[in-house]
Design a protein around this ligand. Structure first.
Ligand SMILES: [Zn+2]
Length: 240
């Protein structure tokens, strides 16, 4: 049994979290929160690198991101489906880690695995709270309080952004831990962005979302619920 975590980021592939919400995890851990990452696949179908290489790289990235826990499930890479069996696999982790906040991929995405992970993750959060469902774990039912969607690659207006300005370099280092993916090489040369450009692209996107929030670098999120305000004087982001 693991000690409970505050925030669990669930993603389809190793290196997804590093691209979409790694800065938010860094910021959260700097606030003293316990963070965790659950990757749904092991990367066996990737154009570059093997699943074993990715496992080593993911462990290094987890160290850079200061996460308390990281594991990968065995869902087929490139074929993530929202099945009952897969919901149970994720629900089991949710019950063991008991996160208050879960970060999921936004469910409209170019990569079918990312889209599927968003809806599968949501359904798993629901199942994890059903006391009569047996996930094969001794841990009791648990449902996260909050679910937010990392929307960096989605063409959607974010509900809010998280200021990651102090953590942008560290987040970039966590992505660069995936040497098998990002070092220039001939396999996948036509579809992968050249290494030199990755830094510029990731910083440009973070800068764009930062500008939306009036800060330098930020990561975007969508929440389905409306925002709740107690004090209008404390609502951030300047209007005019
Ligand atoms: Zn991915």
């Amino acid at each position: 049994m693991h000690p409970p975590v505050d925030i669990l980021a669930i993603a389809a592939h190793r290196d997804d979290v590093e691209q979409t919400c790694g800065g938010t995890l860094l910021r959260s851990s700097a606030l003293g929160l316990r963070t965790a990452i659950l990757d749904l696949t092991q990367g066996e179908a990737g154009t570059r690198g093997s699943a074993n290489e990715r496992a080593t790289e993911a462990a290094e990235a987890a160290r850079i991101l200061n996460v308390a826990w990281r594991e990968a499930l065995d869902l087929p890479d490139g074929r993530i489906e929202n099945t009952w069996e897969n919901r149970l696999k994720i629900a089991r982790v949710l019950r063991e880690l008991k996160p208050r906040v879960v970060i999921l991929p936004y469910s409209q995405a170019r990569h079918p695995d990312h889209a599927a992970a968003g809806t599968l993750g949501y359904d798993a959060c629901f199942v994890a709270g059903l006391s009569k469902v047996d996930t094969g774990s001794d841990a009791g039912p648990h449902r996260p309080f909050k679910i937010v969607y990392a929307s960096l690659y989605a063409d959607v207006r974010p509900s809010f952004v998280v200021d990651i300005s102090p953590y942008i370099e560290q987040r970039f280092q966590s992505l660069m831990a995936y040497r098998s993916q990002y070092v220039n090489q001939s396999p996948g040369g036509a579809i992968f962005v050249p290494q030199e450009e990755i830094r510029e692209r990731t910083f440009a996107l973070a800068r764009f979302y930062g500008m939306l929030g009036g800060v330098r670098y930020a990561e975007p999120f969508v929440q389905k619920e409306v925002g709740l305000v107690e004090d209008l004087m404390l609502v951030p982001v300047q209007s005019i």
